[in-house]
Design a protein around this ligand. Structure first.
Ligand code: FAD
Length: 433
């Protein structure tokens, strides 16, 4: 019998398996598709690879500003796709290597739940003292006529854009905005159709305003409060409008599909998600669930942190992970990175505009800001950073939250000059003690 059987080798599953093995446990990991899950194969990594490569194309106009002339510039999008596949392949191999090195037994196949300790894969039964379900989520669908004509974000990542002139994106959330950014880098006409009255629901309003300005500058049309009547392969019918395009992409959220894994419907659900308590326990003893298959934050680093937390707690090791302060990043032209809470009226809020930041000016990259929030007693509460590499800086604020730092604690740090980060020092200097 295994100490732990993990279903799904995405960031939640493979991290859980590695941690359990590190703690000396006998672990079986089951994956029906590719190790790395959505994150490595169809999500975080391939999108960032395409963003990076297409950004190089858009940067060429900046070269002219610098006085660098390169004649006959062109790009081969099929090469971008193969570079993306190579990057994904290397990272997947890396995880497979780690699993092997750490003696995690990996089997390929679709698991089904047979009892509270038994799963079936490829007609073989396996028993585990504990089972961790980390089966992730799939693209959501909408009940709109012709919705099946939309391609998914997964299909988009393999699509050759060489001859694409115009695309409609249904959904102005994080994934929709990332895909729009890839398209704008290639100067492909883009329309975002959002049902809510604003894109990037829940994000700081100044950050949304800046993203919208950037999208407008790139000639992206953003239609909010939009009601779609019908979708054809190359046309979307709205309330008062019809828009033609080369293809339509649906980016309308993700939800789990547990119909085959939990074929006997023994797990209690919360909507489409598996219901868990605060220890990620399901209604069945010894069975836990984590990551995108449970309700909550759908991010890779949150999924893996929760998974490690479960394993450490399960095998009686003191768990050191803090799961409260989760950084969230949106990878558009100016990355938006946030952590903590949004401001209430009594809070102290400071905002530093990057317009005069020396490093940002040197790089002609000075649209953005840092907004820091403190309680009226000076306790740090949250941050929103909008600049090109904000995802690499936000952890400073995760640590500040975890350590319960105050304004004066943070004002004492020395920042390198010139750097994007020194703007944080400037922001803090706006608060007089
Ligand atoms: C386009 C896109 C971009 C994204 N970008 C980011 C980003 O930049 N940063 C970020 O943090 N998050 C991002 N995400 C979200 C991130 O990918 C997910 O939050 C993360 O992958 C969830 O991890 P998971 O382990 O819970 O599930 P998954 O990564 O989905 O892994 C679940 C695995 O379980 C397997 N599985 C399912 N059922 C079974 C079964 N019955 N038997 C065996 N195996 C099974 C699946 O094949 C899959 O490999 C993005 C998502 C998308 C779609």
């Amino acid at each position: 019998m295994y100490d732990l059987i993990v279903i799904g080798a995405g960031p939640a599953g493979y991290e859980a398996a590695l941690k359990a093995s590190e703690l000396g446990k006998k672990v079986l990991l089951v994956e029906k598709d590719r190790v790395g899950g959505t994150c490595l194969n169809y999500g975080c990594i391939p999108t960032k690879s395409l963003l990076h490569q297409t950004h190089k194309v858009s940067e060429l106009s900046d070269l002219k500003r610098l006085g660098i002339t390169i004649d006959n510039i062109s790009y081969d999008y099929s090469k971008f796709l193969s570079n993306k596949d190579n990057t994904v392949g290397r990272l997947v191999k890396g995880i497979e290597f780690l699993l092997k090195k750490n003696n995690v037994e990996l089997i390929k196949g679709e698991a089904t739940l047979e009892s509270n300790i038994t799963i079936k894969v490829n007609d073989n039964l396996f028993e585990g003292a504990n089972i961790l379900i980390a089966t992730g989520a799939k693209e959501n669908t909408l009940n709109i006529e012709g919705f099946e004509n939309c391609i998914t974000s997964k299909a988009f990542l393999d699509r050759d854009l060489s001859n694409t002139k115009k695309v409609i994106i249904i959904g102005g959330g994080v994934i929709g905005i990332e895909i729009a950014t890839i398209l704008t880098h290639l100067k492909i006409e883009t329309v975002i159709v959002e049902a809510l009255d604003e894109i990037l629901n829940g994000i700081d309003e100044d950050a949304i305003a800046l993203v919208k300005k950037d999208l407008k500058r790139s000639k992206v049309k953003v239609l909010t409060s939009a009601k779609i009547d019908k979708i054809q392969e190359t046309k979307v019918y709205l309330d008062d409008n019809e828009i033609d395009c080369d293809f339509v992409i649906a980016c309308v959220g993700r939800k789990p599909d547990l119909s085959s894994f939990d074929k006997n419907n023994v797990l209690v659900k919360d909507g489409p998600f598996i219901k868990v308590d605060k220890y990620f326990k399901t209604n069945i003893n010894n069975i836990y669930a984590v990551g995108d298959c449970v309700k909550g934050i759908q991010l890779a680093h949150y999924a893996s942190s929760c998974a490690i937390n479960i394993v450490e707690t399960l095998f009686n090791k003191e768990c050191t992970f803090k799961l409260d302060n989760v950084p969230r990043c949106i990878y558009c032209d100016k990355e938006i990175s946030t952590v903590g809470e949004i401001a209430v009226e009594s809070d102290i809020v400071v905002k530093y505009d990057l317009v005069a930041n020396p490093k940002a000016v040197i790089e002609n990259n000075n649209r953005g800001f840092y907004k820091l929030i403190f309680t009226k007693n000076g306790l740090f509460k949250g941050a929103t950073l909008v600049c090109s590499k904000s995802s690499d800086m936000i952890n400073l604020f995760v640590s500040a939250l975890n350590q319960g730092l105050t304004i004066s604690d943070m004002q004492n740090d020395i920042y390198p000059h010139p750097s994007f980060a020194e703007g944080i020092k400037e922001a803090l200097s706006f608060i007089k003690n």
